[in-house]
Ligand binder design. Sequence first.
Ligand code: TYM
Length: 331
Amino acid sequence: RPRVLSGIQPTADSFHFGNYLGALRQWVDLQRDHQPFFFIADLHAITVEQDPTVLRERTLRAAAQLLAMGIDPARSAIFVQSQIPEHAQLGWVLNCLTGFGEARRMTQFKDKSAKQGEGAASVGLFTYPILQAADILLYRPHFVPVGEDQRQHLELTRDLAQRFNSRYKKTFRLPEPYILRSTAKIYDLQLVDKQMSKSLGGSGCIWLLDDPKTTAKRIRSAVTDSGTEIRFDREEKPGISNLLTIHSALSGEPVATLEEQYVGRGYGDLKGDVAELVVSFVTPFRDRTLELLDDQSYLTAVLQKGAETAGAVAEATLRDVYQRVGFVAAH
Ligand code: TYM
């Protein structure tokens, strides 16, 4: 079975609908006929300052949410990145293979460091995509299900894999990004030209663990566009297009069918229907997550089993890498 791998950062109390529709839903679907590795990227989280207590708590909340969503620990290795030392170890080797200018071209660093000023940003934030390449290449996956914002990191990953393979010996598989066009980028409900994100937060973000009533209210107050017609048009009607995308993803109705169904109806109807669809997803999801959080020993057992599965694969890959690079074996 082809392998899939992906990761998510534990940098908020809850995942949001961008994470869910852009990536996590595909994780759940791909489990069935792939060999999956899914992890919580706590090493990536500390590229910006984190409170240690909060980070630990959010990591467990992340695990609970993955399980509540339908990631099945009997099929998938679910693990915490920092528990597998090979990520940081391969990250170093790849750091030494990456050009400074090449790293500098990564747009996410430009965006994130612009907020704090480049001088204040950590070196970890700068090498973030290279650690991500290590995360991926260690497991030799065929596919990496992510949202559009990760595409550039996947390109770097493939470049580094190719460089290593040609400089030393074929070691890594070139992974394919698995990005669903329809939901690759979910937008904020208020700032309709920005992607919904953990760091943006605000009232335009749909958090999976928010009180469903708050969520419904947020959707009903989503920014819409001038005019009255309900039609998918990213340029002219970004707010409505985003709502149609969310509707379609949850109801399974193609956007064209929805456009027909809403002929002659108002924006309020669309928002009400989206709110209803979202609420009927988040209500049981939230209950299940909270239930799982009550049983921390189960969660840590799942993560331990995941780390054992992942660790065996990571160790074997790193051994090959160290040997090929010219390191003397320890034993
Ligand atoms: P993170 O934690 O920011 O997001 C997790 C996943 O959610 C996707 N996503 C979105 N998709 C559509 N619309 C949105 N508004 C939206 N917001 C987030 C992201 O594309 C991602 O797939 N660097 C990664 C974590 C990571 C990783 C990896 C991923 C570390 N190592 C190795 C894959 C493979 C990140 O910060 O994702």
